[in-house]
Design a protein around this ligand. Structure first.
Ligand code: APR
Length: 233
């Protein structure tokens, strides 16, 4: 690891599992209780906005009951102390990375605590319940603020910045993601094509496990602090 200077970290729902935020896939996953097409597509929102807004309102409210775990905190420490380039790209819409101290962070699938007004395009921090159809703070229009979440069929945020970081990183690390959803699932191949070392830390082998130089299986709350300690030693 001596030549590592630029790092890209990709995180998924698995990093927040030990904080009590449910993952998507698997026996107790969020998608077990809901059909993706009912709550996480623009079509679902058009068809039944109450159902969709309530789904995200409940997830937003739950954020007040959870806290960052040692994996989030370790990445916060890496961010504070790593003198090279670092970009933490999360697919998660919770705010646990921020609360764990991460600053060089990008939410590629949006954020629960952000609202997007479909009338004027304004995006800003949002607390409370969208199902109550609050007025947009920028344009005053009521009932037009939707979750600032990238739904299936929509384009993830800041892909240019992510691609640029992947093409210049020396190490790509994937934590707690099943590798089921593109484009994030393809980041390992992009990083490898540009010559990066690649490391995965996940509870089970992800769908793209074989693309990584190294896979460590276990809990993020244990594996990530160990890895960060090594990187900073
Ligand atoms: N530590 C590490 N990994 C864990 C832990 C843990 N404590 N608990 C679960 N995992 C792993 C699981 O083994 C699984 O491979 O985390 C992964 C979570 O996978 P998903 O539930 O599919 O979540 P994610 O990969 O983030 O989903 C990607 O899909 O539905 C969309 O937009 C949503 O951003 C999400 C995207």
């Amino acid at each position: 690891m001596a030549d590592i200077r630029n790092i890209v970290v990709l995180t998924g729902a698995g990093i927040s599992a030990e904080s009590g935020v449910p993952t998507f896939r698997g026996p107790d996953g969020l998608w077990e209780g809901h059909r993706v097409e009912d709550v996480a597509t623009p079509q679902a929102y058009a068809r039944d906005p109450d159902l969709v807004l309530d789904f995200y309102d409940q997830r937003r409210a739950k954020l007040h009951t959870v806290a960052p775990n040692p994996a989030h905190e370790a990445l916060g420490r890496l961010d504070a102390e790593w003198s090279g380039e670092l970009l933490i790209v999360t697919q998660n819409v919770d705010d646990l990375h921020e609360r764990g101290g991460a600053k060089r962070l990008l939410h590629m699938h949006g954020e629960l605590k952000s609202g997007w007004c479909l009338a004027c395009g304004d995006r800003r921090p949002f607390e409370g319940r969208m199902a109550e159809r609050p007025a947009c703070e920028a344009c005053g229009e009521s009932g037009k603020v939707r979750p600032d979440i990238v739904w299936f069929g929509e384009m993830p945020y800041e892909m240019d910045r992510i691609e640029a970081a992947l093409s210049t990183c020396d190490l790509f690390v994937s934590i707690g993601t099943s590798g089921a959803v593109y484009p994030a699932a393809g980041f390992v191949q992009t990083a490898r094509q540009f010559g990066a070392e690649t490391l995965e830390m996940n509870l089970d082998p992800s769908e793209g496990s074989f693309f990584f130089h190294e896979s460590r299986m276990g809990k993020a709350g244990e594996l990530v602090p160990e890895w960060v300690d090594r990187m900073l030693s």
